[in-house]
Design a protein around this ligand. Structure first.
Ligand code: ASN
Ligand code: ZN
Ligand code: CA
Length: 332
C-alpha cells in the first residue's frame, strides 16, 4: 500500500500542526504528495548528499523539542507546506518554478551551523541546527525567506550583489513575512520581524526589522548613493522599509501584539494600502517587470507598473507605491 496521509507534527516553533505525509507499507515518510512531492530529509550532521528521508512507523513527527530529530523535520516540512500554499493561494504559483514540482529540504546540516540556505543547483533547502545545536534555523519566516530565493532565481533573477542584491534579499524577507502571516499560526503569528523565533543573536532579538531596518545595527532605512556597497542583508533595508510603509503606513502601530514605529526619510506621513495589495504588487513587479540588474530606481518603476496593471494608474494603490518609495528617498 502507498498513499497520501495526514499526520501530526510537533514542531519546535509552530506548535502542533498537521503535515501531509506518505504511507508506504507499514511505515510513513515525509513526502508531501499534495505539494509536488516535496521531501524532508535528515542529514544527521552530515554536510553532503541527502542523508535519509524521515521515515518511521507512526505518523506523528517530533516531540516539540530538539531531543527528537524529527522535530526539526516537522518544522521544515511545515515551512515547505505553508510556503507552497502561500504561493499557490496568493498568486496562483505552483511551486518554486511554477511547474507543480516540489523541492526538498535537508535538516540537521553539520554541527552548530547557524544558517539556512536555498541552493539552486540541488533545487533544495538546507537548515542548520543553530549554535550549540540548540536553535535550529527552521522557523516559518526563515523557510519562506530561503525558498523565495528560488522563486527570485526563477523569475527576475536579481543579481546577488549591489542594489539588485539588496532587492533580492528584501524579496525573500517580504515573501517570508507573507508566508508567516498566511500560515496564521498562533505559536508564530505574523509580524514584520525576520528570524524572531531562532534567537540568532542570543538575546531574543530578531535578525531584521522591516518597520525600521536600522534597528539591527547595520541595515539602511532609506536609499542613498552607495547603499549598494553594503552587504545584501543590509542593502535590503530600504526595500523592506518600503514594503512596511506600503502595507501599514508610517507612524506607530500594534499588530498581533508587536509595536512598530516606522519613520519616513522625508518626514512626510504615508498611508498604507494593506499587506495583501502590497504583496500582489511586489510579486507582479518581481515576475513581470524586474530583471537581473534592477536597482532601487528600477524597482520603483517596476512596482508602479505592477500597481497600474493590477489596480489602475489612478488607484490608491498606485499612489501608495509612489508615496512609499518617496518615504525611502526613491523618486519624489
Ligand atoms: N541565510 C542566508 C540568506 O538567505 C544564506 C544565503 O544564502 N546567503 O541570505
Ligand atoms: Zn537570503
Ligand atoms: Ca517573522
Amino acid at each position: 500500500y502507498q498513499g497520501i496521509e495526514t499526520g501530526v507534527g510537533n514542531t519546535r516553533y509552530s506548535g502542533q500542526v498537521s503535515l501531509t505525509s506518505t504511507q508506504s507499507g507499514s511505515s510513513y515518510n515525509l513526502t508531501d504528495g499534495t505539494r509536488g512531492g516535496h521531501k524532508t530529509y535528515n542529514l544527521n550532521h552530515g554536510s553532503s548528499g541527502t542523508g535519509t528521508l524521515f521515515s518511521q512507523s507512526s505518523d506523528t513527527w517530533g516531540d516539540g523539542t530538539n531531543s527528537s530529530a524529527a522535530t526539526a523535520g516537522a518544522d521544515a516540512a511545515y515551512g515547505a507546506q505553508e510556503t507552497w500554499d502561500f504561493y499557490k493561494n496568493t498568486f496562483g504559483r505552483s511551486g518554486i518554478k511554477n511547474d507543480g514540482v516540489g523541492a526538498y529540504s535537508r535538516t540537521h546540516y553539520g554541527n552548530s551551523y547557524v544558517n539556512a540556505f536555498w541552493d539552486d543547483s540541488c533545487f533544495c533547502m538546507t537548515y542548520g541546527d543553530g549554535s550549540g545545536n540548540n536553535d535550529p534555523l527552521t522557523a516559518l519566516d526563515v523557510a519562506g525567506h530561503e525558498m523565495s530565493h528560488g522563486v527570485t532565481s526563477n523569475t527576475a533573477g536579481l543579481d546577488y550583489s549591489g542594489e539588485s542584491g539588496g532587492l533580492n534579499e528584501a524579496t525573500s524577507d517580504i515573501f517570508g513575512t507573507g508566508v508567516e502571516f498566511y500560515a496564521n499560526n498562533s505559536s508564530d503569528p505574523g509580524d514584520y520581524l525576520i528570524g524572531e523565533k531562532i534567537d540568532i543573536n542570543g538575546d531574543g532579538t530578531p535578525l531584521r526589522y522591516m518597520d525600521k531596518p536600522s534597528k539591527d545595527g547595520g541595515s539602511a532605512d532609506s536609499w542613498y548613493s552607495g547603499v549598494g556597497n553594503l552587504d545584501v542583508h543590509y542593502s535590503s533595508g530600504p526595500a523592506n522599509h518600503m514594503f512596511y510603509l506600503l502595507s501599514e503606513g508610517s507612524g506607530s502601530k500594534v499588530i498581533n501584539g508587536v509595536t512598530y514605529n516606522s519613520p519616513t526619510s522625508d518626514g512626510v506621513a504615508v498611508t498604507g494600502i494593506g499587506r495583501d495589495a502590497a504583496l500582489q504588487i511586489w510579486y507582479k513587479a518581481l515576475t513581470s517587470y524586474m530583471t537581473s540588474s534592477t536597482n532601487y530606481a528600477g524597482a520603483r518603476t517596476a512596482a508602479l507598473n505592477a500597481a497600474a496593471a493590477l489596480y489602475g494608474a489612478n488607484s490608491a494603490q498606485y499612489a501608495g507605491v509612489g508615496n512609499a518609495f518617496a518615504g525611502i528617498n526613491v523618486g519624489s
